[in-house]
Design a protein around this ligand. Structure first.
Ligand code: PEP
Ligand code: MN
Length: 254
């Protein structure tokens, strides 16, 4: 949309939960590229709730991340410890800190001592004020470039994987100057709910949306139930653009 200040543009971060293999990763990346998406997400080290589940391709995924980066994407990748942070540093543009690590203040400080932006996901049982304070641990070490991410919290509601806390979006705007990114994929855990909740987050003032996308969700090694297929993601982009434009904003796409 013309006349929308670049700061006001809504970031779209998309990609698989986990990078699995070359065909999966590049098929997804090519579709995202066609749709003008600038930020690619995809984990190679996956934090899991169960120690018995697949936990990512690990270091073998690094060359694949470079292939995607070479297509022109900015890379959003999770690191769970300082060693992973150092290993990923050259290929990553925004470090993701996952929900399971959001309360680890010493780890937050380590990310504060490097210069790349950090996407800090809300812990499953973290209050909004605690999330904002967690960002202060990063900032206290010198890195002020922190994006907060609402990804749903645990409630008594079992119908969805998590309960996306829409309140968090405007509340963060009231409490601090950090951009707030909405993750309706983890926030709902259900593919049919991802687009409407993403639209609601944009209407509520989110600075970006992070969406899990897979070329074959039924075969995804992680989070297939909440991953949009390529056609669904294209529809998501149309719906997000429509809501953004209704609230005087636009998507940050090429
Ligand atoms: C993810 O983004 O794939 C992820 C593991 O998210 P969270 O840390 O929010 O569970
Ligand atoms: Mn995931």
């Amino acid at each position: 949309m013309r006349g929308v200040c670049p700061m006001q543009r809504i970031k779209i971060i998309a990609g698989p939960c986990a990078v699995e293999d070359e065909e999966q990763t590049l098929t997804i990346a090519e579709t995202l590229k066609k749709l003008g998406v600038k930020y690619f997400r995809g984990g190679i080290f996956k934090p899991r709730s169960s120690p018995y589940r697949w936990s990512g391709v690990g270091m073998d995924g690094i060359p694949l991340l470079y292939k995607v980066k070479d297509m022109g994407f900015k890379m959003v990748v999770e690191a769970m410890n300082p060693a992973q942070m150092e290993l990923l540093y050259p290929v990553v543009d925004i470090f993701q800190i996952g929900s399971r690590n959001q309360q680890d203040s010493e780890l937050l400080k380590v990310f504060g001592r490097q210069d790349k932006p950090v996407l800090l996901k809300r812990g499953m049982a973290t209050t909004i004020e605690e999330l904002v304070m967690a960002a202060d641990f990063i900032i206290s070490e010198g890195n002020e470039n922190v994006f907060l991410c609402e990804r749903g919290i645990r409630t008594f509601e079992p119908y969805t994987r998590n309960t996306f806390d829409i309140n968090c979006i405007p509340a963060v705007k009231e409490l601090c100057d950090h951009p707030i990114i909405a993750d309706p994929s983890h926030g709902t855990g259900k593919v049919n709910l991802v687009i409407p909740v993403g639209m609601a987050a944009i209407a509520a003032g989110a600075d970006g949306v992070m969406i899990e996308v897979h070329n074959n969700p039924a075969k995804a090694k992680t989070d297939g139930d909440q991953s949009l297929n390529l056609a669904e993601f294209e529809l998501a982009m149309e719906k997000f653009e429509a809501v953004a434009s209704a609230v005087g904003r636009a998507l940050d796409v090429l």
